[in-house]
Design a binder for this molecule. Structure first.
Ligand SMILES: Nc1nc2c(ncn2[C@@H]2O[C@H](COP(=O)(O)OP(=O)(O)OP(=O)(O)O)[C@@H](O)[C@H]2O)c(=O)[nH]1
Length: 899
């Protein structure tokens, strides 16, 4: 107990400070005034001096204090019962203690009512032990004022106890009261224990039905096994009309029992077990209480059977799910849920909406099966209606094609050539407008081309659910062959599940080794039809126009195999290809009609926007009134700018479109607030357990092709029955933004071996929650994956990237080595940091230390972005101008991996 001051103690005891000062001085103690600090021991002594009744431990030489004189406040008088001297002198069990009781567990419900009535019964129990050991003299009864410690009782005064002798019952504290008893958390019947209960080994009896208010005799709680051995009575207080209850201990001797029963009820010091049980019940009750609150989130009680710890085995919540909702449904404190979310790397507040899959994962951890009522949005209802609508007149629709390939292999030129060929043929009557897509018609065959500015955009659209493309034309320059971005494009196309037609472009150039390219294609499972494979390879030249018609024919042929059919009579639906705000026309969107007919004046819902089609143009800028399946058209009239990849629907009812758009806006906001659950090594196991992950998609980047091959081999061998390893892409080179987008769209983890992510990739990965794992030892990759697959990933050290610097100059200094002049391009360089040397996105050397760091001529501890610095790396001199140094430090983070 800490030291206190006189006035604080006086306040606690409800006496005047001056009285304490005087008493202390009388006793020869150096207590000057009310501010004097007093030790815990002295405070305990003073408490005894100023407590009612006999002191058993303290010595007084001066006169006893007359408490009636020194009291400062008497809000209400209470009656307590003075225990017999014999009890006081007895063993521990004979100690009398007055304290405010917490309600017995069984009396919880009645407690509330009793409190409401302002009635609190006083109960006294004497244990058998005390009576056996000590011949208890009749209790001396006198009225005294209650201790301030019984303040709780003061608030609700105890009723007078009807005594045979009509005397008021008083209890004096028999032992030292070293501290102020804590107020009861639940006020209820005031129970005074005369002695400590004996240990009770048998299991705790179940709560008895609450006693009736008319004073019906009830069986004592502790004596259920021996009915009739203890009598309990509840006497109506005639004076005040309030109830008084009596309980006795089961093993009490008959005579004493009767005596005690007249004046008291059993009262016990609470065993830890009682308290624990009560606590468990209360916390369960709290959850139940919350659940019972009228709420749209929670379903009926019948759906929840109680599981371990009083938690439901099954619970149901409706979307959107906040942490609070989940807490109520699972009967778990919101703080515990927040803690679990943090373990998954998700920071959330109680009112924050969390993703449904995250909620499911949390529920699994609390052993509750969570059923999520997915409230379908207006847009979803519309989508369902569109998907299930009757379609009659099915005709072949034009195929939708995207051109992908390595930079400069001729995608744009080829597309332009296709279009110009058609324009030259005079079929469209205009120059191609850059609206994001165009249609080419020849020999009554039509192909729709999407202008995808690379496979990243292609995948970004797919990530938004816009699988617009039927066929990808993979453009490969005949003089260059399959290049890194060609491989990426193949991976993206395969991940999207679209057919691939290869355009072997620049065939006009001399010296092309076609067989080499065929071999490369075969390596990537695109064996050309000429070689007996399934892939159409068309030799084209955007310069000469050679093979353009063949390409169109090949596309048409492939499309025919795909049997693309649509009904041009139904209201149109499709996707937004691109959209912008035009200064003249307002929001303008290019939409690709998946199926149906769009007419000028139609009501359109496009993502979170809606409106009537004011004006419609085809890809040649010609105003049209009707557009049909697979046609790209530019429309104006929407109330906002939708996003590329949004679905659009042609509706009858403008109000419905408005409702859906507004709801969409709200949902988008909630979604953006909801935590993401991209699969990571940290959450892999829980995601596997929750059934969210069956295929583990990986994207592998390594420094050299040799490493790529080894990694592919080792990683593929990790596949087990429960989870199949699926390597979406494995290539040499640094991690690019395209990799991150592919990982995001395909829920993949990126593994980097001796490479790093470029800045854009790192930023996107962080924003999208994509897990990038960097390694320099191959076995660590497989080890970590194995561990994360079985949920055994242990807390480890993780590197934290601090910043980067570019080498601007190198200086060879004799006997020192190479000193470099650097420009800190971002972050910060710390003298204590580790560094890795990156050349062309490949890690040349890792785990380097800084021997010295200088800012101008001064030694520096850190140099920030935008400044130049001089660095000497410890034991490493092979540095070149334009090399990049990445600085990092190792931090301990729970459940992370990187070495
Ligand atoms: N000789 C020859 N040159 C071509 C052919 N196709 C394209 N080129 C040239 O290759 C260069 C790149 O062509 P682009 O059409 O810009 O290539 P791209 O794939 O669209 O390039 P990015 O848009 O940068 O990805 C241009 O100089 C074209 O003139 C072809 O068939 N033969």
């Amino acid at each position: 107990m800490a030291a206190t001051r006189v006035y604080i103690l006086a306040r606690d005891l409800g006496v005047k400070s001056s009285a304490i000062v005087k008493k202390c001085q009388d006793e020869g103690l150096d207590v000057k005034n009310h501010m004097t600090a007093i030790s815990a021991g002295l405070a305990a002594t003073i408490r005894e001096w100023f407590s009612e009744g006999e002191n058993v431990t303290t010595v007084e030489t001066a006169e006893r204090v007359d408490l009636s004189e020194v009291r400062v406040k008497r809000p209400q008088r209470t009656k307590v019962i003075e225990a017999s001297e014999a009890s006081e002198e007895g063993s521990d069990g004979g100690t009398v203690e007055a304290a405010v009781a917490e309600a017995e567990p069984s009396a919880e419900t009645e407690t509330v009512e009793e409190q409401a009535e302002g009635t609190i019964a006083a109960e006294v129990v004497e244990t058998e032990e005390a009576e056996q050991e000590v011949q208890t003299p009749p209790a001396e009864i006198e009225a005294v004022e209650s201790e301030p410690a019984v303040a709780e009782a003061e608030a609700a005064p105890l009723p007078d106890v009807e005594e045979e002798k009509k005397e008021e019952i008083v209890v004096l504290p028999a032992g030292p009261m070293l501290g102020k008893p804590k107020p009861a958390r639940l006020s209820g019947p005031q129970v005074v224990r005369v002695e400590a209960p004996e240990p009770l080994d048998r299991s705790r009896p179940r709560p008895r039905p609450r006693p009736r208010r008319d004073g019906t005799v009830t069986e004592p709680l502790m004596n259920r096994d021996k009915p009739g051995t203890a009598a309990s009575t509840a006497d109506a207080d005639k004076k005040r009309g309030k109830r008084h209850k009596e309980r006795t201990h089961g093993r009490r001797k008959e005579g004493v029992e009767e005596d005690a029963a007249k004046k008291s009820k059993p009262r016990g010091r609470y065993r830890q077990r009682d308290l624990d049980e009560r606590q468990a019940r209360l916390s369960a009750a709290g959850g139940e209480g919350l659940r019972l609150r009228p709420s749209r989130k929670i379903t009926s009680k019948s759906q929840r059977e109680a599981g371990a710890g009083g938690r439901p085995r099954k619970a149901t919540v409706s979307e959107p799910i906040t942490v609070k909702d989940l807490s109520s449904a699972l009967a778990v404190k919101a703080a515990d849920i927040i803690a679990r979310l943090m373990q998954q790397g998700i920071m959330a507040t109680a009112n924050q909406v969390i993703a449904s899959d995250v909620a499911e994962l949390v529920a699994v951890e609390f052993e509750t099966e969570l059923e999520i009522e997915r409230r379908s949005s207006v847009e979803e209802e519309i989508r369902k209606e569109f998907e299930s609508r009757e379609r009659g007149n099915l005709t072949r629709r034009p195929v939708v094609v995207a051109m992908l390939g390595h930079v400069d292999h001729g995608k744009t030129s080829l597309l332009d050539k296709v279009r110009s060929t058609q324009v030259a043929a005079g079929e469209a009557g205009g120059i191609t407008q850059h609206i994001g897509a165009s249609q080419v018609t020849w020999n009554n065959k039509t192909v729709t081309f999407l202008d995808t500015p690379g496979h990243e955009a292609f995948t970004a659209m797919r990530a938004r659910g816009a699988n617009m493309t039927d066929i990808v034309v993979l453009v490969v320059a005949a003089d260059d062959g399959v290049m890194p971005q060609t491989i990426e494009a193949i991976a993206h196309s395969k991940a999207a599940g679209v057919a691939i037609v290869v355009a072997l472009n620049k065939i006009d150039l001399p010296g092309c080794d076609i067989n080499r390219i065929y071999a490369q294609l075969a390596e990537h499972e695109l064996t050309p039809a000429e070689w007996g494979g399934q892939t159409e390879v068309v030799k084209t030249s955007a310069s000469t126009g050679q093979g353009i018609e063949d390409l169109l024919e090949a596309l048409d042929y492939t499309a025919e195999l795909m049997d693309l059919k649509a009904d041009d009579g139904v209201p149109a639906t499709g996707w937004v290809v691109e959209a912008k705000m035009s200064p003249q026309q307002g929001p303008v969107a290019t939409v690709l009609i998946k199926e149906g007919q769009l007419t000028k004046g139609d009501v359109v819902l496009a993502g979170d926007t809606y409106g009537r089609v004011k004006m419609m143009k085809n890809s040649y800028g010609k105003k049209i009134k009707i557009a049909t399946s697979s046609m790209p058209v530019e429309i104006s009239g929407l109330n906002g700018v939708p996003q590329a990849g949004d679905r659009f629907y042609c509706l009858d009812d403008v109000n419905r479109a408005k409702d859906a758009a507004e709801e969409g806006r709200l949902r988008a906001r909630e979604k953006s607030l909801a935590a993401r659950t991209q699969v990571t090594m940290d959450n892999l196991f829980s995601q596997i357990e929750a059934g969210n992950v069956k295929d583990l998609n990986l994207i592998v980047r390594a420094d050299v092709q040799g490493s790529v091959d080894v990694l592919k081999k080792y990683l593929s061998e990790l596949s087990v029955d429960e989870i199949r390893i699926n390597i979406l892409q494995a290539m040499p080179g640094g991690i690019t933004e395209g990799d991150v987008l592919l990982a995001e769209a395909s829920n993949a983890i990126i593994i980097g071996f001796n490479v790093v992510a470029d800045e854009r990739a790192a930023k996107t990965a962080e924003a999208e929650g994509v897990d990038i794992r960097l390694y320099s030892v191959i076995y660590r990759i497989t080890e970590d994956l194995k561990k994360s697959m079985v949920g055994m990933l242990e807390p480890e050290e993780q590197e934290k990237v601090l910043g980067r610097a570019v080498v601007r100059a190198t200086f060879k200094v004799s006997r020192i080595g190479t000193v470099i002049g650097c420009f800190v391009s971002n972050g910060v360089v710390l003298k204590s940091a580790k560094a890795r040397l990156i050349r062309n996105n490949i890690v040349v050397r890792d785990n380097l230390s800084l021997e010295s760091l200088k800012h101008f001529k001064d030694d520096a501890r850190e140099v920030k972005a935008g400044f130049e610095c001089g660095i000497k790396l410890a034991g490493f001199d092979d540095l070149k101008v334009d090399d990049t140094l990445e600085f990092y430090e190792i931090v301990k983070v729970a459940r992370t991996l990187d070495s």
